[in-house]
Design a binder for this molecule. Sequence first.
Ligand code: FES
Length: 113
Amino acid sequence: MEEKKQDLRVNNHPILKGKSAGDKITITVEGEEIEAYEGEPIAAALLAADITVFRRTKKRQDPRGPFCGIGLCTDCVMKVNGEPNVRTCITPVEDGMVVEKQGDDREVRKNAK
Ligand code: FES
């Protein structure tokens, strides 16, 4: 029996109450469509969809995901609409956005603008 995924968003924040989520939109992550709310960071949408590995380290392929959540550590970087090294914790989702795990550092440097 498949377990129903839990929405991990904070919908009733005790301090931010009254602030409603944006419109429901769709983004594509690694070829699969997931729901997101306009204005939320990409990382929040991915975590709510139970996606926790955003990239892997070059040498050991260790999994990495959001760590600082404020744009400082770069553990959450992904390729967004073809652009590498986008910090997903501080980048808001947009309808139709395409998000992918990026390859190793050599590929990222070669394709960087
Ligand atoms: S989680 Fe640290 S930069 Fe995004």
